[in-house]
Design a protein around this ligand. Structure first.
Ligand SMILES: [Fe+2]
Length: 444
């Protein structure tokens, strides 16, 4: 009855796989894009550093006599050297040009400065350099940082100037404007790099999708097989105790359906209803541990026999607690004989909301089915009388709110199931199992 033959990999799982692959691919594309951007930026920095090394060496040789002067540095001499340096044809480069050059002493004070007045953003560069700190913060090598001023890509760079005793006496700072040709070349390299990266990611995702889908499908089939086995265990155990108790499977089916419909009306979540189904099916599994003499006694049980009969709750808990999958049934198995007012229960003396809600739901379903069913010792009670008996138990036997809820949904359930053969309840229960186990498992 509970076996499942549908395609185990649902559309939602496939959608989820596509979504995750797309998100993963997008993140990788972003990482590639950032990497390509930074790599190209560093390339620009690398070119400028190389030029700055040349500039520094040239300047050191051009201004040697002014850098070696005793006392304060020779401002006019350094200014002349700077102008001589910038005018040198070898500093005209296709990658760009220095549009600002400044010499600063060890205290960060400007000694000499030369700017390119034709450069459009020179005003912004002057403003930036006036506000910037020029204190020497490094002892060797060349510093550089890429920046944008008024949308123009610039590289600020600095290098140490030494005298002939290799002592640091000043430093030179430059602002290098990258040429539009180079910027355009960088831009096309970035776009090309990103496009290649995106193509590789998309191709990988397309290759991975069928492989992952195939693996997921295998895992899903195994999961469905496992679920089928677990559901079979549930059915077999429930059926075994029904036979032992001279009952039919139909009782188990009906109480499970009544319980689930009441739980749905009460707004229980899917997981709680799964627990309820297991519990309803196995509610009396502990009767396996009760002797035939007592279990099958036609007449009323005496006090001692009744105490033994009550142990079926304890036996039931012992049985279901041994299985990871079945222990969800504990709520119903352990507490289905508890009374709402806490008086006369079998197990714990729990009362009211302290009794698990699944047990409170099941107690109503179980009694309603017992009242409306034919038993060896009685004919089925009519619907109205059965409802009246439930109402009499409001607040004493049963949770009053749940009784009211059950009464509001009971008539169609009674019409559909009560007094009917096994096929109808079985079909209805099949739908419930599909809804709460098979679909839930496939969706997961
Ligand atoms: Fe019971």
């Amino acid at each position: 009855m509970f076996s499942n033959s549908q395609n185990p990999l649902s559309r939602s799982v496939k959608k989820s796989l596509i979504r995750r692959l797309a998100i993963g691919g997008f993140i990788i594309c972003l990482i590639i894009a950032v990497y390509v951007l930074l790599a190209n930026r560093n390339d620009v920095g690398g070119v400028v550093v190389y030029r700055m090394i040349q500039v520094t060496e040239l300047f050191n040789s051009l201004a040697a006599e002014h850098l070696n002067s005793e006392g304060s540095l020779d401002r006019a001499g350094l200014q002349d050297s700077l102008e001589e340096l910038i005018a040198m044809p070898r500093l005209k480069m296709k990658e760009g040009q220095f549009v600002y050059a400044g010499i600063y002493d060890l205290g960060g004070h400007e000694i000499a400065k030369l700017t390119d007045p034709d450069f459009e953003q020179i005003g912004a560069i002057n403003g930036f350099m006036e506000n910037a700190s020029h204190k020497l913060s490094f002892k060797k090598g060349i510093l550089h940082e890429t920046m944008r001023l008024q949308g123009k890509l610039l590289v600020r760079t600095a290098a140490i100037l030494t005298n002939d005793k290799a002592e640091t006496v000043a430093h030179i700072e430059g602002m290098y404007a990258v040429s539009p040709e180079v910027i355009s070349e960088i831009r096309s390299r970035i776009i090309k790099g990103i496009l290649i990266g995106i193509s590789v990611v998309i191709a990988t995702v397309f290759l991975m999708y069928p492989i992952i889908l195939n693996l997921l499908s295998r895992v899903s089939k195994l999961t469905v097989n496992l679920l089928d086995s677990n559901l079979e265990t549930l059915q077999v155990l429930g059926s075994a105790i029904a036979k032992r108790d001279s009952d039919t499977d139909a009782h188990n089916y009906r109480v499970t359906i009544f319980s689930v419909r009441l739980a749905e009306a009460a707004g229980l979540d899917q997981h709680s209803i799964q627990r309820l189904i297991k519990g309803a099916f196995l509610h009396d599994v502990g009767k396996i541990g009760v002797r035939d003499k007592i279990l099958l006694k036609p007449g009323k049980l005496d006090d001692e026999e009744f105490e033994i009969m009550k142990t079926h709750v304890k036996h039931g808990l012992d049985i279901v607690s041994r299985s990871n999958w079945l222990h969800d049934a504990e709520d119903v198995v352990g507490y289905h004989h508890e009374k709402f007012n806490g008086k006369g229960g079998y197990n714990s003396g729990l009362a009211g909301g302290g009794i698990p809600i699944n047990a409170r739901i099941f107690a109503i379903a179980d009694v309603f089915d017992a009242l409306t069913s034919k038993r060896p010792y009685k004919e089925p009670f009519p619907y109205d009388m059965s409802i009246e008996i439930l109402q009499e138990g409001r607040g004493t036997y049963f949770d009053p709110a749940l009784v009211d809820m059950f009464i509001s949904i009971a008539q169609p359930l009674y019409d559909l199931l009560s007094g009917k053969d096994d096929n109808i309840p079985q079909e209805e229960l099949g739908g419930i199992i599909e809804e709460y186990f098979t679909k839930a498992s496939a969706a997961y």
